[in-house]
Design a binder for this molecule. Sequence first.
Ligand code: GLU
Length: 380
Amino acid sequence: MERKEFINAKRIVIKLGTNVLRNDEGEVALARIYSFIEDISRLVKSGKEVIVVTSGAVGLGKKKLNLDSTEGDGVKQACAAVGQSRLMSYYENGFGIYDIPIAQILLTEDDFSMRHRYLSLRTTLNKLLEMGVVPIINQNDTVSTIELADRLAGMKVSFSDNDKLSALVSSELDADLLILLSDIEGLYTANPKENPDAKLIKEVNSVTDDILNLGTDASEGGRGGMRTKLEAARLVTRFGGKVLIANGKVPYVINRIFEGEDLGTMFIPTDENLSGKKRWIGYATNVRGKLTVNEGAKNAILKNNTSLLPIGIVKVENEFNQGEVVSVYDENGTEFARGMVNYNSEECKKLVGAHSDNIVNILGYKNYDAIITRDNITEL
Ligand code: GLU
């Protein structure tokens, strides 16, 4: 895709990672943060809508509290509480110079998972943009349950880092472009820190499993890494958004991107056009239950676009209610879809392997033939 076409975007989400917001001493990288603000102000004044997703609260709080580590119950949360207001003071001051109002928005997994909160958040963000405000979003580390999520049996949370958060925000707002700025040029053919022959990939047309596997783990200080950025890119390109991963340490990088400079890795939208509901089912909501299905049911879902019938189910795990979203696994243990169930976990357990005609005999009633209706399935 031509650069000119790629950067042609009205609604833009820009994610600033911990490592571009602080310098080598762990202090705020003042010149850089103000240059981001200057560039973003220029975009806003040219009529674009910009949403910032910012990291850095934990890092700045840790520095302020003179801590060597954030290990221990509540320490990271405390650091975030101290660092967040400090972080916002730079944005408030910087955007204030350009007369651009900003808004602080702190989010947890539940704000996406609970549909009424999700819809209310979308209304608020749209209103802020309409009013010419730049929303500044971060994860609400102080109250987030992510640290506990491992202890909640079978629970998969919608996001645990700001890369995924910025993708969910892009999806919720139908953003045209998500820019992920970190301390690496973009996606390489191999890890450039280990392999001198690694080459920068300029354009990715589809975030396949092979592309996802190029992702490495988190960089120091932040929770995301290349892997979470690629997962973010997969989600956004599936609903028709564009994604750019670029190096936030390049001076005036945002300005240069919008002047058409060939920086970073571009991710081109697929033609799937995933609907809002399917995005929410596949990515935005937390998932607790787990259904394992046989090969026949898997093929029927993936190749023939069918509903999931009880006859294809081999195992039901964890507790869930009707209307909640569950993961669908194949017998090799690979999660290939998510869907909103028509029956609760107890009913599903009774219906394992049953023919739909027998539902009424087994349960004494029948609400649906399918455990998950086609419209409520998102393939991953
Ligand atoms: N919310 C965290 C912070 O502000 C960053 C999370 C991340 O790096 O993804 O420090």
